[in-house]
Design a protein around this ligand. Structure first.
Ligand code: NAD
Length: 456
C-alpha cells in the first residue's frame, strides 16, 4: 500500500493539473458514481445488512436512495452554481465591477462514521467533487463490509489521484490529520470532533464538523397522538436508534403521558413485532463495545416497554425508560441506541429550561398544532435543525441545509450547501482604466471631505 504522504501528493498533483476543474469533468464523475451505485446496489444492500442488519427498505431509503437523489439534484444545478456571480459595487468604487468566482479548495479529507456508512461517506464526497476538489475518504473501521464496497465503487469510477478511500481506525485518521489538506469534513462524535479541529487548527485548515448530541423530542398536550407516536417510533428506532438526529429523549406533556405511552407501545409492536430483538429486519448495535455501553443504560430507569436484548446478535428491543433521574448516566451522553428516557412537563417554559440546561442539540422535534407553543419553543431554544410534527425528515431534503450549532457542529451541507461548503468564493474587483477618481490619494485636496461624506 502507498504511504499516506504519497497518496496526498498524488491528489495534489492531480488537482494542480486541472483534471477536476471543468464542469464536464465534475458532471462525468457524478454520473459515473451514480451508475456505479446502481451497478453495486445488491452488494451495498448486503454489506449494510452484514454490518448493521439494515433491512432493504431502510437501507434503500436512508442510504442508497438519498444519495442517488442528492447526485441528481446537484447535477441538475451545478452549471448555475459554478458560474461566477456578479454582485453590486458601491458608489465609492464607481467604474468598477465586482464578481465572486467559485473555486475548489484543492485536496479534501472526508472522515465518516459507521452509523450510515454509505450515505455519510458519499454525501460529502458528492459536494466535494461537484465543487471540483480531489478527495480522500476515510470510512469507519466498524463497518468493514460497507467500506469494501465503497472501495470498489471508488476504484471503478475514479482515476488514481482523484478520489481514494483510505481504510483504518483512529491511527490512520491521526496520520491523515497531519497532512496538508485544503479542507476537512468530519462526521462523528463531539469528542473526536474536538481532536479533528485541534489538528486542523495547527495548519489553519478550514473544517466542517457534523457532530451529535442529545436531541429532544417534545410532545405537547394538543398533539395528534397517533401520528406523533408513529413518527417518533420511526425516528427513534430506525437503525436501532443509531442516528445522529434520532430523538434522544422524550418530553411529553403530563396530561397525555399514559395515552401516549400506550400508543407508542402499540406502534412498536406494529413496526417491529412483539419480540423486536429477534426480528431479523430490526437493526443491530454495531459492536460489542457499543452494545455493552447501551445495556448499562437499561438500569437507569424502569422500562415501560422493551428492556430485552439478544446478546448474540447485539440487538436491544425498543425501550421506553420511565423514572430516569436527570443525573443518570443515560442522560450524561448521547444515547445513540434504542433506549428512550421519558420525562413529563407542565409548561413550555419548563421544557425550554430543561433543554437549554444542556449543550445546543443537533435536532429538536416538537409535536403540536398550537401556534403559540411552536413559536415559543422555536424562539427560545437554539438547535441545528428539526421538524414540527415529524422526525428525521428535515435531513432528507436537499433544499434545507443540514448541520449543528454549538457543540452539535460547525458548518452545513446538503444540496447547494454541499457545493458551497467545498467552494472558496474568490472576490474580485475589476477596476476601470478609463478614469481615475483622485479622492483616495493623499495628494487630493478635497479627498478627506468627500471620504467623510461617502463613508458614514
Ligand atoms: P467517532 O467520532 O467515534 O468516529 C468517526 C470517525 O472518526 C471514524 O472514521 C473514526 O475512525 C474516526 N476517529 C475515531 N477516533 C479518532 C481519533 N482519535 N482521531 C481521529 N479520528 C478518529 O463517531 P462514530 O462512533 O463513528 O459515530 C457516532 C457519532 O457520530 C455520534 O456522536 C453521532 O451523533 C455522530 N454523527 C453525526 C452525524 C451528523 O451528520 N451530524 C451523522 C452521523 C453520526
Amino acid at each position: 500500500m502507498n504511504s499516506i504522504p504519497s497518496i496526498i501528493s498524488r491528489h495534489q498533483e492531480f488537482f494542480t493539473a486541472g483534471h477536476t476543474r471543468s464542469i464536464k469533468a465534475r458532471l462525468d464523475a457524478l454520473r459515473n458514481v451514480k451508475q456505479a451505485i446502481k451497478t453495486y446496489e445488491a452488494d451495498v444492500l448486503s454489506a449494510l445488512y452484514q454490518d448493521l442488519h439494515k433491512s432493504e427498505h431502510e437501507a434503500y431509503m436512508t442510504e442508497i436512495g438519498i444519495v442517488l437523489k442528492e447526485i441528481s439534484f446537484v447535477m441538475k444545478r451545478l452549471r448555475k452554481w459554478a458560474k461566477p456571480k456578479k454582485v453590486k459595487t458601491p458608489l465609492t468604487h464607481i467604474g468598477s465591477q465586482s464578481v465572486m468566482i467559485p473555486e475548489p479548495y484543492g485536496t479534501v479529507l472526508v472522515i465518516a462514521p459507521w452509523n450510515y456508512p454509505f450515505q455519510l461517506a458519499l454525501s460529502p464526497l458528492i459536494g466535494a467533487i461537484a465543487a471540483g476538489n480531489t478527495v480522500i475518504v476515510k470510512p469507519s473501521e466498524y463497518t468493514p463490509a460497507v467500506s469494501a464496497v465503497l472501495s470498489s465503487i471508488i476504484r471503478d469510477v475514479f482515476p488514481s489521484g482523484y478520489v481514494t478511500l483510505v481504510e483504518g481506525g483512529p491511527d490512520t485518521s491521526t496520520a491523515l490529520l497531519k497532512q496538508p489538506f485544503d479542507y476537512i469534513f468530519f462526521t462523528g462524535s463531539v469528542s473526536v470532533g474536538k481532536i479533528v479541529m485541534e489538528a486542523a487548527a495547527k495548519q489553519l485548515i478550514p473544517v466542517t464538523l457534523e457532530l451529535g448530541g442529545k436531541s429532544p423530542c417534545i410532545v405537547h398536550k394538543d398533539a395528534d397522538i397517533k401520528l406523533a407516536a408513529k413518527r417518533i417510533v420511526f425516528g427513534k428506532f430506525t437503525n436501532a436508534g443509531q442516528t445522529c438526529i434520532a430523538p434522544d429523549y422524550l418530553v411529553v406533556h403530563e396530561e397525555i403521558k399514559s395515552e401516549f405511552v400506550k400508543e407508542m407501545k402499540h406502534i412498536i409492536g406494529e413496526f417491529f413485532g412483539h419480540q423486536p430483538e429477534l426480528n431479523p429486519a430490526y437493526g443491530k448495535i454495531v459492536s460489542e463495545r457499543h452494545f455493552q455501553r447501551l445495556i448499562g443504560f437499561l438500569n437507569d430507569g424502569i422500562p415501560l416497554t422493551g428492556g430485552k436484548a439478544d446478546h448474540k446478535h447485539h440487538k436491544i428491543a425498543p425501550t421506553i425508560l420511565d423514572q430516569v433521574k436527570d443525573e443518570a448516566p443515560v442522560m450524561q451522553e448521547e444515547i445513540f441506541g434504542p433506549i428512550f428516557p421519558l420525562f413529563t412537563y407542565r409548561s413550555t417554559d419548563e421544557v425550554i429550561a430543561m433543554v437549554n440546561a444542556r449543550p445546543k442539540p443537533l435536532a429538536l422535534y416538537l409535536f403540536t398544532n398550537h401556534k403559540t407553543a411552536e413559536q415559543h419553543i422555536l424562539e427560545n431554544i437554539s438547535f441545528g435543525g428539526g421538524c414540527i410534527n415529524d422526525t428525521l425528515m428535515h435531513a432528507a431534503t436537499p433544499y434545507l441545509p443540514f448541520g449543528g450549532v454549538g457543540e452539535s457542529g460547525i458548518g452545513r451541507y446538503h444540496g447547494f450547501d454541499s457545493f458551497n461548503t467545498f467552494t472558496h468564493k474568490k472576490s474580485i474587483l475589476k477596476q476601470t482604466n478609463r478614469f481615475d477618481l483622485a479622492f483616495r490619494y493623499p495628494s487630493s485636496k478635497i479627498g478627506l471631505r468627500l471620504i467623510r461624506k461617502l463613508l458614514k
